[in-house]
Design a protein around this ligand. Sequence first.
Ligand SMILES: NC(=O)c1ccc[n+]([C@@H]2O[C@H](COP(=O)([O-])OP(=O)(O)OC[C@H]3O[C@@H](n4cnc5c(N)ncnc54)[C@H](OP(=O)(O)O)[C@@H]3O)[C@@H](O)[C@H]2O)c1
Length: 258
Amino acid sequence: MTKTALITGATTGIGREIAAAFARDGVNLILVARDQAALNERVLEWRDQFGIEIATFACDLAVPGAADELADLVSARGAPIDYLVNNAGVGVYGTFDQTSLRDELAMITLNVVTPTVLCKRFLPQLMQRNGKILNVASIAAFQPGPYMAAYYATKAYLLNFSDALAAELAGSGVTVTTFCPGPTASGFQLRAAMQASRLVKGKTLADAASVGIAGYRAMQRGKRVVVPGWTNQLTTLITKFLPRAAVTRAIYRMSAPA
Ligand SMILES: NC(=O)c1ccc[n+]([C@@H]2O[C@H](COP(=O)([O-])OP(=O)(O)OC[C@H]3O[C@@H](n4cnc5c(N)ncnc54)[C@H](OP(=O)(O)O)[C@@H]3O)[C@@H](O)[C@H]2O)c1
């Protein structure tokens, strides 16, 4: 029977590439983002080419209550999902004394509250169908991140929440994969207003296509925590052995405006 995947942030960047991988495998899609025109473009791109059904929901998942409303709308279709991909996420760049609290609260809702709500709401049907969850965190999840303090903290939450959920669900038939990419070329840097950061300025970033595929494969294999790319793997390994204060100072220097 044809399976169905619900993917947030499916129009651009990493989420678009994950959605494309599902489409190529003949999985029906429920795509979510704010921009309806961009959602329509994905439908035109994939529906006929891959002979799949695609539903779209244009909604702002950074608004409190939006994830619950989305779950209601998706459930009202009467067709259960087999895959849940919590990919939509944004960053906010700048020292905390300068950043906008409004932006940070919206980011916390999108990066933390929304995946938590969607996992809660869809878990019962995923458990009935041996489903899979893919939560897109970041290598930011592994240490504090000066200049993006709240963003790094949202990803630490997602990593720890998802990994704990994976442990609880071991043997249930449901797998939970936490995917932790490093800096990737996408709309993320512009949205986070972090183009000046030494982390990305003048750097060659990973391409979203290879990152998206790595996340998709990790989820299909039921992996727990996956960091794509050997430089990202090395970075996360090193941070485990260095004193936390030294790591935080290094991130402070590496993230400052160039
Ligand atoms: N790029 C990186 O360097 C990097 C590194 C590590 C982890 N990540 C993580 O990867 C995930 C995807 O990021 P990306 O790099 O692919 O970013 P992106 O190119 O900016 O794509 C973000 C996607 O999320 C959607 N989105 C943004 N805000 C939304 C909202 N309020 N409600 C609903 N949908 C929303 C966007 O569509 P609309 O604008 O139409 O809503 C778009 O489809 C994020 O969780 C990010 O934290 C990114």
